[in-house]
Design a protein around this ligand. Structure first.
Ligand SMILES: Cc1cc2nc3c(=O)[nH]c(=O)nc-3n(C[C@H](O)[C@H](O)[C@H](O)COP(=O)(O)O)c2cc1C
Length: 224
């Protein structure tokens, strides 16, 4: 193994989806450095289809309050088709990480009201001082989403290397018409996801668990 591999693993091991933040902002030049690094990912034809709308200061609070109020009353209307289901192992993993979160914040199994309330914390951006809205051109279709997914992964790693915690959020994108109106985003772009980010509150109950990963043997089909 190399020092670079160790460094990469250190960053990946330290990262987790953060659901409790300090309120102090991330300096703009740090955010710019994170984006500059994340932009080094590959994309088909080097199209680099991602565009980001990033909030700072009072605008984050205006957005979170309006989004929370809207999402509390309105059903999701995502631009991207949601998964039709999570069959088999995917459902198992989904439930496992959900129970981990519920356990961390003290929600009893079967307490739907408390689960729904915790879900709504998505729309408070988990208290983060910033949110990045990621959009992709509709015309690029699923491969635009693939490219942007790579960008999202690199963003969260680059942020972690600066001590900045993150959480990608499909929940925010589920209110796509509201988000589009609020930020005046073009109709020809899909709202793919959001990334809320800031400095972590390490003592927040929601930050007290870490998710598992399958082993390479579970995901590789060798052909010799
Ligand atoms: C595209 C994408 C969308 C996600 N959307 C949400 C979300 O809306 N709300 C949430 O709490 N977590 C969301 N997550 C975080 C996942 O739940 C998390 O990445 C997964 O459980 C693995 O945990 P970890 O990130 O802590 O390693 C999302 C992650 C990704 C990559």
């Amino acid at each position: 193994m190399t020092a670079a591999f160790d460094t990469l693993n250190d960053i990946l091991d330290a990262r987790y989806s953060c659901r409790g933040y300090r309120t102090d902002p991330v300096p703009r030049d740090t955010i710019q450095a994170i984006v500059r690094t994340a932009q080094k990912v590959p994309s088909w034809c080097n199209a680099q289809p991602w565009q980001l709308t990033i909030t700072t200061g009072a605008e984050t609070d205006r957005f979170r309050e309006a989004l929370y109020a809207h999402a509390s009353e309105n059903a999701p209307v995502p631009d991207l088709q949601w998964p039709e289901g999570y069959p088999g192992i995917y459902g198992d993993r989904r439930r496992a990480c959900g129970f981990q979160l519920y356990g961390a914040v003290g929600i009893e199994k079967g307490d739907r009201a408390a689960g729904a309330k915790q879900m709504l914390e998505n729309f408070r951006l988990f208290g983060a001082p910033h949110v990045a809205i990621i959009t992709t051109p509709k015309v690029l279709g699923p491969y635009g989403g693939v490219d942007c997914g790579g960008f999202v992964s690199a963003f969260v790693m680059a942020a972690q290397s600066h001590g900045v915690a993150t959480i990608p959020q499909a929940a925010v994108a589920s209110q796509a018409p509201f988000v589009r109106d609020w930020f005046d985003l073009p109709e020809d772009r899909d709202v793919l996801c959001a990334i809320s980010f800031g400095y972590p509150d390490p003592d927040h109950p929601a930050n007290q668990f870490r998710t598992d990963r399958a082993s390479p043997d579970d995901v590789i089909d060798w052909r010799d």
